[in-house]
Design a protein around this ligand. Sequence first.
Ligand SMILES: [Zn+2]
Length: 300
Amino acid sequence: MLIVSMILSLCHVVAGEIALSFDDAPTQGNSFMSGMDKTRGIIEGLKSNNVKDAIFFVTTGNIVDDKGKERIEAYTQAGFHLANHSHNHLSANKVDVKKYLADFNQSHLVLQDYKNVLKLHRFPYLHYGSTTDVRKKLEKHLNGMGYKFGYVTVDNFDWYINGRLLSAHHSKKVIDFNKLRQLYVETIWQSIHFYEQLAKSHIGKPVKHILLLHENELAALFIGDLVSHIRSQGWKIISPIEAYKDEALNVYTPEFSFNKQGRVAAIAHQKKGIAKTKLRHESENAKFLDKKLEENGIFK
Ligand SMILES: [Zn+2]
């Protein structure tokens, strides 16, 4: 692996490019890790690996006290960017347009108190609205406020593994952190590879990816390991600002009906008619991950 990455760096060949994004900040602390430790862990993991920029999609309703505020400010002080992930994490597929947009407006106002905010909105659950008409109305309002969509290209189930970690902690199981790290890094890397192959097949070229992660305990523990692994494969970590400029991906229209696996999958479905079942990596599945956790004896 080392030799491969050395050859790639000597030839200045970049195997792929990806920006990092973290959703739901600031997520609640718990007996496993306080909220502030989570933030510190993520910042330390990124800075010590020389990641210059990343984007945190803030769910502003999660900012319940001064500590929450401090955590969000810590990300901007470290040079990272913020963007909008709603106030109450509503699903645009489940609530009406008026309610969704009132919630969006509220988060827009809260974020005005912070620095380094990019006018990008990421739909919770990647739910863009269940009909073309709804998606049109949402787009019109968001664009009217100067926002673009904070799309992702690489989906994964980091949130599910994280949930299993927290429940293992609560039930006082022994946690094999080395194996947990391996599972986290491997499954996310496989998802990156999967969506890169989809881009090559259905968009016809590599794209500037945006990895969906969550501001969770796993990221606080292992983001540095994930960054090292991505780079060891010859990939470059790029800024979200640069990633969001990729013209091949900025082709969304409200006719796009399948958005919850990310933008590459959305394009493959909409423009090439690829079946939804082919646009999801096998690790985006609770049973698959339960089996991996079991086989590797990660929680005992
Ligand atoms: Zn979310």
